[in-house]
Design a protein around this ligand. Structure first.
Ligand SMILES: CCC/C=C/C(=O)SCCNC(=O)CCNC(=O)[C@H](O)C(C)(C)COP(=O)([O-])OP(=O)([O-])OC[C@H]1O[C@@H](n2cnc3c(N)ncnc32)[C@H](O)[C@@H]1OP(=O)([O-])[O-]
Length: 358
């Protein structure tokens, strides 16, 4: 998309109308994009070590390398427009921010320097369809690169998530069950990898009960805040399946072998307080004040320096990454076999038969 000179000038005047200070990091980015858009790549000599302010500005400009004037102008206009729209009183929180597409099955918005990803199938308790796996993965990829300081995953409605949509296993393609199992394993592996590789802090706001994969991936989050109404259930054996989301590795490490076994093999459902005592949940809040307390706290966290948070998270996680990817592959291989098993097929048929009787 070509950005015209008048759009660029309009963005400069809009910037002067901002009521809130966008912070030094954004201001530096705006400075660098403006210089690049008007003068091209940085062509002045680097200021001395002690000339701190000019050195930081020079670094920001120089970091844009050979970005073309047109592209810099476009990025400048987009950045200003995202700042203006974040101050607009009519802004709809569910509107996608700059850099985020519209999604069908999730809501993505960026506010208070936080990218918020909401599962949006409340009528099905936010069960995750194939499309949803793809959209969540895409939203995480975008959130990793956007202006936000961290990302939050939560659910619309009274459930956090009821896990994998069991219909995912009933739509058998003409090529047969093997093809379905292979495709599902590839999709799952790619989905879980997005959580393993997410470069910024990742926060789960568990607004209600959580089942299956929405529980297992919590071991890959940096903070898990839950309402006291939430429960945590991984009924894999009941479904003839096996754990995923790296939980076969993260859960025993987090809660000890016995407690992980009760959950992952014997379907033990935990209350929010039990999950907190076992380290799966960071903090539990009363349901009546959950949304208010959690979002106020997160808004505060959103004011912290973005890079410091990202680097610290990466330091904490880096030594685990390779192991987690290996576990992810192993778990998906096992599930590929499970999905073709009689145990799994019978469990899914009986879930839908029981529903049909209601
Ligand atoms: C890929 C990785 C491997 C797998 C990992 C996993 O996640 S394994 C874990 C897999 N997950 C499970 O085993 C959980 C299966 N689900 C349940 O056990 C119960 O639905 C509940 C306890 C979540 C909620 O009970 P409740 O009495 O409060 O509410 P309700 O039952 O009336 O539900 C409302 C509507 O939502 C529908 N729906 C809900 N969940 C799913 C789903 N996952 N799928 C499809 N549909 C689902 C339900 O059919 C109903 O639709 P209807 O009839 O109105 O058209």
């Amino acid at each position: 998309m070509q950005v015209h000179q008048e759009d660029f000038e309009k963005a400069q005047s809009n910037l002067k109308l901002l009521k809130n200070d966008p912070g030094n990091e954004v201001k530096l980015k705006l400075y660098a994009l403006f210089k690049q858009a008007t003068q091209g790549p940085c062509n002045v000599s680097k200021p001395g070590m002690l000339d701190f302010v000019n050195k930081v500005k020079w670094d920001a400009w120089n970091s844009l390398g050979s970005l073309s004037k047109d592209d810099a102008r476009q990025s400048y206009v987009e950045l200003v427009s995202s700042l203006v729209s974040s101050e607009s009183p009519t802004k709809n929180n569910t509107e996608p921010s700059i850099g985020h597409k519209m999604y069908e099955t999730i809501q993505v918005s960026c506010e208070d320097r936080i990218t918020k990803i909401f599962l949006n199938r409340p009528e099905k308790k936010n069960a995750i369809t194939l499309k949803m796996y793809e959209e969540i993965g895409k939203a995480l990829e975008e959130a990793g690169k956007d202006e936000s300081v961290f990302a939050v995953l939560s659910g619309v409605g009274d459930y956090f998530c009821s896990g994998n949509d069991l219909n995912n296993f009933t739509n058998i393609p003409p090529e047969g069950k093997e093809k379905m199992a292979n495709d599902s394993a590839d999709l799952l592996e790619a989905f879980v990898s997005k959580f393993i590789d997410f470069p910024k802090p990742l926060v789960a706001v568990v607004n209600g009960p959580a089942t299956g994969i929405s529980v297992t991936i919590l071991g890959l989050f940096d903070l898990v805040y839950a309402t006291d109404r939430a429960t945590f259930h991984t009924p894999f054996s009941q479904l003839g399946q096996s754990p995923e989301g790296c939980s076969s590795y993260t859960f025993p490490r987090m809660m000890g072998l016995g407690k992980a076994t009760e959950m992952l093999l014997f379907n033990k459902k935990l209350t929010a307080h039990e999950a907190c005592n076992l380290g799966l949940v960071t903090e539990v809040f009363p349901d009546s004040s959950f949304q208010k307390e959690v979002w106020e706290r997160l808004k505060e966290y959103g004011t912290l320096p973005k890079n410091s948070l990202a680097f610290s998270k990466q330091l904490i996680r880096v030594n685990e990454k390779e192991k987690l990817h290996a576990v992810n592959i192993q778990e998906c291989e096992r599930l590929k076999e499970r999905w073709l098993s009689e145990e799994c097929m019978n469990a899914i048929i009986s879930f839908f038969q029981n529903r049909a009787k209601l």
